[in-house]
Design a protein around this ligand. Structure first.
Ligand code: NCD
Length: 298
């Protein structure tokens, strides 16, 4: 049984394979009855638009159906049921589980109690592997993923998409440039792991210092919901913003990505520039998640 909990669960060959399959799917080479008769269970303990809807759409396009737990308030969680018990029970109803949970490690724990594959759709400030696969896939649509200079901007402490992506990029010989407000740096353990694996991680004070060298700029939202209090959030809120002016003089081939939702970290005037790939990126969630569902359920 294949669980996808962390991007570390996949090696480079498996990641390349998933992206190759996603590309075939995107060019309409897939069977509409590939997962006919299968049921996908969606357990979302945190808000989601893209991840939940694109997994559901991906399942529907492969001929399967989805079952959603619904809101936490409407489930037995409010009666005090443990995650382990919920997972044991739901495992009996469905063929795979997509789990999003506010606690880091929740998806790993769930996989220990599940009798069907579990895909982590975000565990607190931990990992978000399906997002990373579609991020890489979007990069690959524009350039070869090899020895790229990638800027990770924003909340790198709590941003799980940045954690997963940094690890994945290390498999492709990237140089990682980090730019974050004070206190929101990439966790030291992750930086150590990347450096020990031979990846260069360079910290910058300000995006302007590095933007002209980048091949990819990955912008993230400040994860307000993970802050201990609102005053610490307001100290860093709106402290960076990508504007057309800031992008003057960047490489022609630069792409700007964002896992979305965005708040004010990308000026809407950037949307019409050729660098902006974030809406294509979110569309890529469908073929990439179709490839993932086939991998774990077929
Ligand atoms: C991200 C997440 O949930 O981590 N959203 C997503 O899945 N595209 C990023 C975020 O919420 O900032």
């Amino acid at each position: 049984m294949t669980h996808i909990i962390s991007i570390r669960d996949l090696d480079r060959a498996e990641i390349d394979d998933l992206m190759d399959n996603a590309r075939k799917i995107q060019s309409h080479h897939f069977s509409e009855s590939s997962l006919k008769g299968k049921i996908l269970g969606l357990l979302f303990f945190e808000p989601s638009t893209r991840t939940r809807m694109s997994f559901e759409a991906a399942m529907a396009r492969l001929g399967g159906s989805s079952l959603t737990m619904g809101s936490v308030e409407a489930s037995s969680i409010t009666k005090g049921e443990t995650l382990a018990d919920t997972i044991r029970v739901v495992s009996g109803y469905v063929d795979a589980i997509i789990l999003r949970h506010p606690k880091e490690g929740a998806a790993r724990l769930a996989s220990e109690f599940a009798s069907v594959p579990v895909i982590n759709a975000g565990d607190g400030a931990g990992q978000h592997p399906s997002q990373t696969l579609l991020d890489l896939y979007t990069i690959r649509q524009s350039m070869k993923i090899d020895k790229l200079n990638v800027g990770l901007l924003g909340d790198l402490r709590y941003g799980r998409t940045a954690h997963s992506l940094a690890h994945a990029l290390s498999l492709y010989n990237a140089t990682i440039h980090t730019i974050s407000p004070k206190g929101l740096e990439l966790p030291g353990t992750l930086v150590d792991e990347l450096r020990e694996g031979g990846t260069e991680v360079i910290d910058h004070e300000n995006i302007i210092d590095v933007v002209k060298d980048l091949d990819v700029l990955y912008v993230t939202r400040i994860q307000r919901e993970r802050f201990p209090d609102s005053s610490s959030y307001f100290k860093v809120a709106s402290s960076y913003r990508i504007t057309p002016e800031l992008l003057a003089g960047v490489k022609d081939s630069l792409i700007v990505l964002h896992p979305l939702p965005r708040l004010d970290e990308i000026d809407p005037r950037v949307d019409s520039l050729p660098y902006a790939k974030y809406f294509e990126q979110s569309n890529n969630g469908i073929p990439v998640r179709m490839a993932m569902l086939e991998k774990v359920m077929k």
